[in-house]
Structures are given as structure tokens and as C-alpha cells.
Write a protein that binds this ligand. Structure first.
Ligand code: XIL
Length: 404
């Protein structure tokens, strides 16, 4: 995947994701392939099943949260669906000491209307976490792709419109951060504020259009006032891209100069088997460190599609690599490359004291947003397979001598 693709694909996401947030909240759980891996064959044709790597006995797998104890919290997403799912629940309980709601704590899910909130599903996540001694990362108080219309209702030409929208935002963040006070250890206060193109560093979102760059400061100050100790984050994707990182850091520098409360940078790290190089991710961590901020990896997954021949992340999506078939030689090649990419990333995370939390965007390959984004195709981007067993990527991460 080209860098430009990485960026434009997120632009596309932002156009479509909001609409699906409500639908997917508490739902999902599908996706992933159904073919059984690893039956051998003499033929090497691209559609013929071949053996995958021989993996260690799953019973010998160390718990990730123990393996990385003292380095960083090990996080995974957990909607009620994953919590109650026979495949993902044991993985969560064994390996995670941090969870992030994939959708149920977003404004679309919680903010029914001004002053009216629906915490039903979020409460289930909090209850599961608390029963299993797992910390919760709050995601997210403000996101352009999950911004219900009621925030912006009214006559945009009236003299009071801007103040009205600001008051709604402040009330929402105050109420929600107060509700979860003591229940979440960090908030992605503002998700994806950075532009994908040169020029203004700010994404031209509805929030930006109405409140200007101030909306970020307004959100952070409201969150801090509501909860004095929770860690406050700006979270974004493609921080591994040098130009995008520079734009994000210019936003951050403006905030810090103004004394706005901010504790860390969230790096989503939706990456692939072939992108990015470790040095780019290291540079992103260092950019935060030099400003006295901590780092969280917030949405890690490693797509099996290292590159697409066309503009798979454009609108419309064209030239997407065809769907892989589980168990073919091409599939196992990708799984091998994925394992090496995961190893390189976790080796980096473990070497960086500023990295305090690392979350994968999903639990196991039976449920991943990449099954339908940017197009419907098989994708197995996580550390555990569709049955919840550790994959090559898992073993590559925990065992330096494992050859994927
Ligand atoms: C995605 C969810 O995984 C999907 O289920 C939903 O339809 C759209 O949002 N960046 C983010 C996440 O910050 O909140 C997004 O999650 C993925 C991209």
C-alpha cells in the first residue's frame, strides 16, 4: 500500500464509518474466513491449499499481559459481543489487562440528544472489565465520524449558533467524562483531528467548520475539568507518516503553548504487512516524548494486504487486491510477513518506556472491521485466529527464536 493510499483510505473511512457506528454497536462478530487452514497438497497453484507453519502447543502460550508486565498494558477491543463470544471472551480474560469499546462509547452510541445519554452497552463493557480486573481506555469523546446531528442543529447564520454548539459539546464531554470518572484510565478526547493533506494541519470537520481550531482546546479542558486524573489523549491514524506526524505535532504544539491539558498521543497504527518501517513509528513516539507526552498504541492491526494495485481506498474503491483464500500459499506468505511485522512492532514498543499501553483493534480474526473495509474481503489482521488460537504473529511476538 502506498502512503497516499493509507491516507486517502482513512478519508474514505471517515465518510462511511459514522453511519455504521450505531448499527455495529453491540453487533458485528462476523467476518473472517471459514476455510480450514493447512491441508497439504502437491500442487502449488494459487488456489490450492498448502500447509501453514507448525505452531507451538496453544497450551504453552504465555499470557500477553504477563509477558509485557512492567512494559505496557495489553489492550483489545471489547464490545458486548466480544465479551459474550465463546471465541473472544477467553482470549480477553487470559491476555488483556486493558480494553477499549470498539463503538459503544462513541458519541453516536451514547449521545442520544442534548443531555440524554444511553450507557447501556458501555456499562456492560465496564462491568466485564471490573469483574475481570481489566482497565478501560475511553474511546472517544469527539470524532468527526461519530458526531450526531443534534450537536449542530439550529440556524448556522444566527449570532448565537457558535456558542450554542460549543455549549452542547462542553455539556456532552462534561457529562460523559463525569459518568466514567474512576472507570476509565485514559480518554481519546479528540479522535482524528489532523488533516490528510498539506496546508492547514486541521481536518476540515464539522467541528472545525463551526468552532475553528478551538474545538480541540474546548474538548480537552472540559475533559480535564470533569476528571482531574484521567489521562487525556489526542488519537490519530498515520502518525507513522512523516508529513501527517508534522501536522499533528503542530496542533499539539499550539495546545501545549496555550497550557491546554494533554497527557499523550494515541497512535492508531492500522498498518500492513509491508508498511511502515519501524523507524517511522519510532519517530512518532519520539515526537511525543520530546514534548513530555506519553504514547499509547490504540488500534493496532496488520492487514494481510501489503499493497493494492489501484486506489482501493479511493471513492469508489478501484484496483483492490483480490481477496486472499485461507490456506493458499499466498495466504501463508502474508501470514508470515504479518508475523515479522508484528514482531518488529512489539520489539519497538517494548524498547520505548514512553509506550504505556498497546491495544489491538479486535481480539481474534473472527471479528475485524477490515473484513468490510475498504471492501469486503478476507482479512485476518490480529494475533489470534478465527477460533481464538495464537497465530504465527503471536508466537513471533512472544518468542524471539520462533521462525514464522
Ligand atoms: C471503527 C469500528 O471498528 C467499526 O466497527 C465502525 O463501523 C467504524 O469505526 N479509527 C477509529 C475507530 O478511531 O473508532 C474506528 O473503528 C476505526 C478507525
Amino acid at each position: 500500500m502506498k502512503i497516499s493510499d493509507t491516507l486517502s483510505r482513512r478519508g474514505l473511512l471517515m465518510g462511511v464509518a459514522g453511519a455504521s457506528v450505531l448499527a455495529s454497536c453491540g453487533g458485528g462478530g462476523g467476518g473472517g474466513g471459514s476455510a480450514s487452514p493447512g491441508s497439504s497438497s502437491a500442487s502449488s497453484s494459487s488456489s490450492t491449499s498448502v500447509s501453514g507453519p507448525t505452531l507451538p502447543d496453544p497450551a504453552t502460550a504465555p499470557a500477553l499481559k504477563t509477558h509485557f508486565n512492567g512494559k505496557f498494558l495489553v489492550g483489545m477491543t471489547a464490545e458486548p459481543n466480544e465479551i459474550n463470544n465463546a471465541i473472544s471472551q477467553p482470549v480477553l480474560k487470559t491476555h488483556a489487562n486493558s480494553i477499549t469499546a470498539e463503538n459503544c462509547m462513541k458519541p453516536h452510541a451514547i449521545g442520544t440528544s442534548a443531555g440524554v445519554y444511553n450507557y447501556t452497552l458501555a456499562d456492560q463493557v465496564i462491568a466485564f472489565a471490573s469483574a475481570n480486573n481489566i482497565a478501560v481506555r475511553g474511546h472517544t469523546l469527539l470524532w468527526h465520524s461519530s458526531a450526531p446531528d443534534w450537536f449542530f442543529a439550529g440556524d448556522s447564520t444566527s449570532a448565537t449558533y457558535k456558542a450554542t454548539v460549543q455549549a452542547r459539546l462542553e455539556r456532552y464531554i462534561t457529562d460523559v467524562a463525569t459518568y466514567f470518572k474512576g472507570k476509565v484510565y485514559a480518554w481519546d478526547v479528540v479522535n482524528e483531528p489532523t488533516s490528510d493533506s498539506a496546508g492547514s494541519p486541521y481536518r476540515n470537520s464539522r467541528w472545525y467548520q463551526v468552532l475553528g481550531a478551538d474545538y480541540i482546546e474546548i474538548a480537552l479542558r472540559a475533559a480535564r475539568a470533569a476528571d482531574p486524573t484521567v489521562k487525556l489523549f489526542i488519537n490519530d491514524y498515520s502518525t507513522e507518516n512523516t508529513d501527517k506526524l508534522a501536522r499533528l505535532m503542530s496542533i499539539v504544539d499550539t495546545l501545549l503553548t496555550r497550557g491546554v491539558p494533554l497527557d499523550g498521543i494515541g497512535h492508531q497504527l492500522h498498518i500492513t504487512t509491508s508498511w511502515p518501517p519501524v523507524a517511522n513509528v519510532r519517530a512518532a513516539f519520539q515526537a511525543a516524548e520530546t514534548r513530555g507526552l506519553i504514547n499509547h498504541v490504540t488500534e493496532l492491526d496488520v492487514s494481510l494486504y501489503g499493497s493494492d494495485p489501484g486506489s482501493c481506498f479511493g471513492t469508489p474503491a478501484t484496483g483492490c487486491a483480490p481477496s486472499l483464500t485461507e490456506g493458499t500459499a499466498a495466504y501463508w506468505d502474508s501470514i508470515r510477513a504479518q508475523a515479522l511485522q508484528y514482531r518488529a512492532m512489539y520489539d519497538l514498543f517494548a524498547s520505548q518506556p514512553s509506550v504505556k499501553s498497546v491495544t489491538t483493534w479486535g481480539v481474534a480474526d473472527n471479528h475485524t472491521w477490515l473484513s468490510s473495509f475498504p471492501v469486503n474481503r478476507l482479512n485476518h489482521p490480529l494475533l489470534f485466529d478465527t477460533t481464538g488460537k495464537p497465530k504465527s504473529a503471536f508466537w513471533a511476538v512472544v518468542n524471539p527464536t520462533f521462525v514464522p
